[in-house]
Design a binder for this molecule. Structure first.
Ligand SMILES: [Zn+2]
Ligand SMILES: [Zn+2]
Length: 86
């Protein structure tokens, strides 16, 4: 059975652990490639989970942390994934 943390680190599109994860303004996370291919087939850049529109075609690594502190501006979920997988 997957632990809570593993579930949180799974992409809703490919159902696998994030690869190069990005976070939308609605705070849902996806692999960058999953989001790209999802949006390629959609007329609007909406979140695959909650359908909230996102105006950003190239979402930053982690909007949530970026908003918390400028020091975390370059912090990427990739680091978090690597940390968890150690
Ligand atoms: Zn994915
Ligand atoms: Zn969403």
């Amino acid at each position: 059975m997957a632990s809570r943390s593993e579930e949180d680190l799974c992409c809703p599109v490919c159902q696998d652990v994030f690869t190069d994860p990005v976070v939308l303004s609605c705070s849902h996370s996806f692999c960058r490639e999953c989001l790209k291919s999802w949006w390629r087939e959609k007329p609007a850049t909406e979140c695959p989970v909650c359908k909230k529109r996102s105006s950003k075609l190239n979402p930053p690594c982690n909007l949530v942390l970026e908003n918390l502190s400028p020091a975390y501006e370059c912090f990427c979920l990739c680091s978090f994934v690597n940390f968890i997988n150690k």
